[in-house]
Design a protein around this ligand. Structure first.
Ligand SMILES: Cc1ncc(COP(=O)(O)O)c(C=O)c1O
Length: 939
C-alpha cells in the first residue's frame, strides 16, 4: 500500500509514514490539486532530463525520478490522463533504465497536462505519437479559430469489477462515441467508496459519476485523510452494510452530492429500481438504471446531463438572432451596426467591438428574445436554470447591478412603517431602499476594527438582543427583515445557518436579505457554500423537516421553560443559549442578491436576486411591482446573455475555479507574510487580526502551516460565528509608510496592478476566478521591489529621514481615528423618544431636506460645529454622507451627528464623499424647522 499524500515535495521515505502526514501538507495543494500535480510532473521532467543528460549528477537524478514517480503514480489513478497506457509505458521505461524514453514521455505528459491538449488531441494519449506544439487555451477563441471545438470532461466509474477488467470496460465505452456527440469524455475507474470520494475531490474534470453498486469501502491506497473526513460526514455503517450485501451506491451518491452538487450521478443496481427511484435517498441520483441496462442509454444520459448545464437558452438564442437578416425600424440605430460601419467618423467603434455585438443588439422582445420585464420564454428558462445552480427556488436577473437588486428586494418586501434590522455598514442601496419603501431602519453595529479603519460583521448577540428588545416593546410583528452583507467587503463571512436559526427562534417568519454582492462564486466552492444564504436555506429547511428535529426542539423547549421571564437576567440567559425555532411555525424566507459581475464571468452590472421563500406567494405581487419599478424598459441584452453564460461556466467548472482561487489566495498570503524582505513592510491581515477571539471559538489564527490544516479550516468554517474569506486579502501597508490611497495609486502607475478598496493603512487584494499564480507572482515582485526601495532609502538616509519615516508609520498605524457608531434618529423622526429601540422614520427626514428653508449648511471645520456639539442645538443630518470607497453611510437623514462622526470625517482620507460638498459644508436639518416632520406621515 502506498500513502497518498498531496504534498508537493514529499520524498519517497515520507510515503510510508502515516503519522499525521497532512499536518505537513501545504494547504493550497488541497485547493489547487491540478496545479500541484503539474508541479510534480514538472519536477519529474527536470529530473528525467538530468538523468538522460548523462552528466555527473546522473545517479542522483535517476533516484529522484524513482522517488517522484512513486509519489505521482497513486494520484494518477484519479484522472483519465495520462491513463494506464502511458503510465505503464513510463514505468516500464524507468524499470528498463531507458532515461531518454523517460525524459521524452515525462515531457510529453507534462506539456499535455499544462496546455490541456490531451482534451482534444488523440496523439497526447499515444506513447509513440509525436504531438504538435499546442497553444492550449491560452489565446482567445477568435484567435484560435476553434470552430470544431468540443468541450471535454471525465466520467468517474465506480465499479466492483476487478481492475484487470477495467481496460475492457473503458474500451467498450469508447466505442459508444458518435460523431454527433456534443462533448468528448474519457473514463476514470475506481473500485471503492474511498477512492471515489478522493477522485471527486481531486479531479476537477469530472462531470458525471456512474456508480455500479456492490463496490467495497476501503481504498486500494492508504488514505488516512479521506478516511477521517468520511468518518465524520458519512452517517452510515459502511462495514455493516457491506456485510449484509447492501450496496453503498446511494450513500456514496449522497456524500458526493453534498460536496459537488452540480455533478450528475447515475446508479446501476440490481435492487428494485422502480422502488428505489422514487425514494428520498435516491434524490441525489439523476437516473437509476437496472444493472444490465444498455450501455448506449448510459452514454446518452451522460451527454444529456452535461448538456442540461451547458445549455444557455438566452445566450444561444441571441447568437442565432444575430445571424438572421433582420431589418430594424425601432429606436436603436446601433443595432445591426449599420450606423457604425457606414459612418465616416465612428468606424473605429465597429473595429474595436467587432460585428457580433452590433448584430446581437436589439430593442425588440420578439424573435425569441423574450422580455426581462415579463419573461415567458428563454429568459424565464435561463432564470430557472440559474435558480437551480444556486440552490434557490427562483431567480430574477437584474441589469443595473446589485445597487438595483437590493432596492428591489427591500421595496418588494417592505411597506412604510415596517422595521428592518440592518447593518449600518450595508451598501448605500439598502439605505435608499428604506427611503423608497418607507421602511424604518433599525441600525445595528458591526464590531469595529479600528486599527485598520474598517468594520467587521454584526455579532449574533447584537441581533438577538435587538429582536428581544423589539419583542419587549411589542413591535415584533413590524419587523420584516434582517439585512446583512455576506461576505463583507473585507471578507468577513457570517454563519448564516446559526444566525438565521437563532433569529427564527425569536420570530419564526422573519425574512433575511443576504447581500452577497462579492460572494456569487461561493455557491460553487464546497468550502464557501456553507457560509452562503442559499446554502443555509436548504440545510435549515431539511433540518426542520426531519422528524428527529422535533425531539431536539422538545428538549430545547424544556430548557427554555426554566428561564423565568420575570427574572431580570432572563434576556441575558436567552442571549447565552443557542435558541431553536419551533418546527410548527418556522418559515424559511431567504433572499440573496449578488453582483454576478464581481465574481463570475458576467458583464459589468450583471446581477441577480435569488429567492428561497416558503411564503413567496404572499409577496410575489409586491416583489413584482418593485421589480418593474426599478428595471429599465431597455435592458441590455448582452448583460442578460452574460448572466446565462456565467451560470453555465460555474456549473461546469466552478469547482475547479473556486478551489484554485482559494489555493492561490492562501499561497499568496503565506508567501507575503513569510517573505524575509516583504514582511518587514507589508503584511496580509490574518483571521486572528480580522476576527476578535469571541467570534472565532475554534481559535484558528491563520490558514496553512504551521497554524492550521485544511481540516482545521473546515471545522472553523462550520462552527465559528465569523470566518474570514481567504480570497479577500487585506494587505497592510502602514508599516511601509503608505496610506491606502497612495499605495493603490503606486501599484497602478508603476506596476499596472489594479486593486479595489483602500482603508487608511491597507488595500484590499481580491483573488477571483480569473487569477493565476502568475498574477500572484506579479504582486509579489512589486512588493519586493517596493520593500527593497524602502530598505535602501532608510539605509542611505540620515537620522532625520528615519525619524520622519517612523512618524509617518506611527500616524498611519497608531494614531488612527475611532470609527463612529450610528448615534440615533432625532426625536422628531421616532415614534417615541423613550423607546429603547432605535428604528426611525428616515424617509420623513429625507424628504424634509427637499425644503431648502428647513436646511442649513455648516462647514466641517467651522467652530460652530464644535460649539453645537457641546451646547446644542443638535446637528441633524439632512442627507446621506457616504465616503466611497467603501460606500456605506456615516450619516443618514434624520441622524443626530455626534462628535465621533465629526472627528472621523475630519480625518477621512478618501477623495469621493457622496452627499457632502466641502465648499458648502454639511447639509443639516434646522432643528427649529422640524415641526412638520413630527407629524409622522406613515403612522
Ligand atoms: C456589499 C455591496 N452590495 C452592493 C453593491 C453594489 O453592487 P453593484 O456594483 O453591482 O451595483 C456593492 C458594490 O460595491 C457592495 O459592496
Amino acid at each position: 500500500m502506498t500513502t497518498l499524500d498531496l504534498k508537493r515535495t514529499t520524498t519517497a521515505q515520507d510515503l510510508n509514514r502515516t503519522a499525521e502526514p497532512e499536518r505537513r501538507q501545504p494547504l493550497e495543494d488541497f485547493f489547487s490539486a491540478s496545479d500541484a500535480r503539474n508541479d510534480r510532473w514538472r519536477s519529474l521532467n527536470v529530473a528525467a532530463h538530468d538523468w538522460a543528460a548523462n552528466g555527473a549528477g546522473r545517479l542522483a537524478a535517476q533516484k529522484r525520478v524513482l522517488e517522484l514517480f512513486t509519489e505521482i503514480m497513486p494520484i494518477e489513478d484519479y484522472w483519465a490522463f495520462p491513463g494506464p497506457v502511458l503510465m505503464r509505458t513510463l514505468k516500464d521505461s524507468i524499470d528498463a533504465q531507458d532515461a531518454n524514453v523517460v525524459a521524452r514521455l515525462t515531457q510529453k505528459i507534462g506539456r499535455a497536462l499544462l496546455s490541456g491538449s490531451y482534451r482534444n488531441d488523440a496523439a497526447a494519449w499515444d506513447p509513440l505519437a509525436e504531438q504538435e506544439a499546442s497553444a492550449g487555451n491560452a489565446l482567445p477563441p477568435d484567435a484560435q479559430g476553434e470552430l470544431d471545438h468540443k468541450p471535454y470532461f471525465e466520467v468517474l466509474i465506480v465499479t466492483p469489477s476487478e481492475p484487470s477488467q477495467w481496460e475492457k470496460g473503458r474500451k467498450a465505452i469508447q466505442q459508444l462515441r458518435r460523431a454527433d456527440d456534443p462533448f468528448i469524455y474519457q473514463i476514470v475507474q475506481v473500485g471503492s467508496f474511498e477512492d471515489a470520494a478522493l477522485a471527486v475531490v481531486l479531479n476537477v474534470n469530472l462531470q458525471a459519476i456512474v456508480i455500479y453498486d456492490g463496490f467495497s469501502f476501503m481504498s486500494r491506497h492508504s488514505v488516512p485523510l479521506v478516511h477521517e473526513q468520511l468518518a465524520q460526514h458519512a452517517t452510515f455503517d459502511a462495514a455493516g452494510m457491506a456485510a449484509e450485501g447492501r450496496g453503498l451506491g446511494l450513500s456514496l451518491a449522497n456524500v458526493i452530492k453534498k460536496f459537488r452538487p452540480e455533478l450528475d450521478i447515475y446508479l446501476l443496481t440490481d435492487r428494485a429500481v422502480e422502488d428505489l427511484a422514487g425514494s428520498q435517498e435516491a434524490s441525489a441520483v439523476r437516473r437509476v438504471f437496472y444493472d444490465v441496462e444498455e450501455a448506449l442509454e448510459i452514454h446518452l444520459s451522460i451527454m444529456d446531463g452535461v448538456n442540461d448545464r451547458y445549455t444557455t437558452p438566452y445566450f444561444s438564442n441571441l447568437k442565432q438572432y444575430a445571424q438572421r437578416p433582420v431589418g430594424t425600424f425601432h429606436a436603436l440605430p446601433i443595432a445591426r451596426g449599420k450606423s457604425v460601419f457606414k459612418s465616416n467618423w465612428i468606424r473605429d467603434m465597429g473595429q474595436f467591438y467587432g460585428t457580433n455585438i452590433f448584430l446581437a443588439e436589439s430593442s425588440a422582445t420578439s424573435g425569441g428574445l423574450d422580455s426581462l420585464l415579463e419573461p415567458t420564454n428563454n429568459i424565464k428558462v435561463a432564470q430557472e436554470m440559474t435558480a437551480r445552480a444556486f440552490g434557490a427556488k427562483r431567480c430574477y436577473f437584474s441589469t443595473n447591478g446589485t445597487s438595483t437588486s437590493n432596492k428591489i428586494v427591500v421595496q418588494g418586501l417592505c411597506a412604510p412603517g415596517d422595521i428592518v434590522i440592518v447593518d449600518r455598514n450595508c451598501h448605500k442601496s439598502h439605505h435608499y431602499g428604506f427611503v423608497l419603501s418607507g421602511a424604518q431602519p433599525y441600525y445595528v453595529e458591526a464590531y469595529p476594527l479600528t486599527k485598520y479603519s474598517m468594520y467587521g460583521a454584526v455579532p449574533l448577540r447584537t441581533l438577538k438582543k435587538t429582536l428581544l428588545d423589539l419583542r419587549a416593546e411589542g413591535k415584533l410583528d413590524r419587523v420584516k427583515l434582517v439585512d446583512l452583507t455576506n461576505c463583507t467587503f473585507d471578507g468577513h463571512m457570517y454563519n448564516p445557518q446559526r444566525l438565521m436559526e437563532e433569529c427564527l427562534a425569536i420570530k419564526p417568519n422573519l425574512a433575511f436579505i443576504w447581500d452577497e454582492a462579492w460572494f456569487a462564486f461561493a455557491r460553487f466552492s464546497p468550502l464557501h457554500r456553507r457560509r452562503t444564504g442559499m446554502g443555509a436555506a436548504g440545510v435549515l429547511w431539511a433540518k426542520y423537516h426531519d422528524p428527529a428535529y422535533r425531539q431536539v426542539y422538545e428538549a430545547h423547549k424544556a430548557e427554555l421553560a426554566k428561564v423565568n421571564p420575570k427574572d431580570p437576567k432572563a434576556a441575558d440567559k436567552l442571549l447565552d443559549m443557542h435558541l431553536l425555532p419551533d418546527p410548527e411555525k418556522v418559515r424559511i424566507r431567504v433572499y440573496q442578491t449578488n453582483s454576478t459581475h464581481k465574481s463570475m464571468s458576467a458583464f459589468r452590472q450583471g446581477s441577480m436576486m435569488l429567492v428561497w421563500d416558503e411564503d413567496f406567494h404572499q409577496v410575489e405581487g409586491t416583489f413584482q411591482e418593485a421589480f418593474l419599478a426599478h428595471t429599465s424598459t431597455s435592458p441590455n441584452l448582452q448583460l442578460i446573455a452574460s448572466l446565462d453564460v456565467a451560470r453555465r461556466q460555474m456549473e461546469l467548472e466552478g469547482y475547479e475555479l473556486t478551489m484554485r482561487m482559494t489555493g492561490v489566495a492562501i499561497d499568496l498570503r503565506d508567501r507575503i507574510n513569510k517573505h524575509p524582505l516583504i514582511s518587514k513592510y507589508f503584511r496580509v491581515a490574518t483571521p486572528e487580526d480580522m476576527i476578535p477571539a469571541e467570534f472565532r471559538k475554534s481559535g484558528i489564527k491563520d490558514y496553512g502551516p504551521p497554524h492550521s490544516t485544511w481540516r482545521d479550516m473546515v471545522k472553523a468554517w462550520d462552527e465559528d460565528e465569523i470566518a474570514l474569506d481567504p480570497t479577500r486579502l487585506t494587505l497592510l501597508c502602514g508599516d511601509a509608510g503608505f496610506d491606502g490611497t497612495q499605495f493603490k495609486g503606486m501599484l497602478a502607475e508603476r506596476f499596472d496592478i489594479q486593486i479595489n478598496k483602500t482603508s487608511r493603512n491597507s488595500i484590499l487584494v481580491q483573488i477571483n476566478i480569473n487569477n493565476t499564480r502568475a498574477d500572484a507572482a506579479h504582486l509579489i515582485k512589486a512588493l519586493s521591489s517596493l520593500s527593497r526601495e524602502i530598505d535602501e532609502r532608510l539605509g542611505g538616509g540620515g537620522k532625520e529621514d528615519k525619524e520622519a519615516f517612523a512618524a509617518r508609520v506611527r500616524s498611519l498605524t497608531v494614531d488612527v481615528p475611532d470609527l463612529p457608531n450610528f448615534s440615533e434618529f432625532h426625536a422628531a423622526f421616532r415614534d417615541s423618544a423613550k423607546s429603547k429601540t432605535n428604528e426611525g422614520h428616515m424617509r420623513a427626514a429625507f424628504f424634509r431636506a427637499y425644503d431648502e428653508k428647513a436646511c442649513e449648511y455648516v462647514k466641517l471645520n467651522d467652530k460652530a460645529i464644535d460649539d453645537r456639539l457641546k451646547n446644542g442645538p443638535p446637528l441633524i443630518s439632512a442627507n446621506f454622507v457616504i465616503p466611497y470607497p467603501p460606500g456605506f453611510p456615516i450619516m443618514v437623514p434624520g441622524q443626530v451627528i455626534k462628535a465621533d462622526t465629526i472627528t472621523f470625517m475630519r480625518k477621512l482620507d478618501v477623495k469621493e464623499i457622496h452627499g457632502y460638498q466641502a465648499a458648502r459644508g454639511l447639509k443639516l436639518l434646522k432643528p427649529d424647522a422640524l415641526g412638520a416632520a413630527k407629524v409622522n406621515p406613515e403612522r
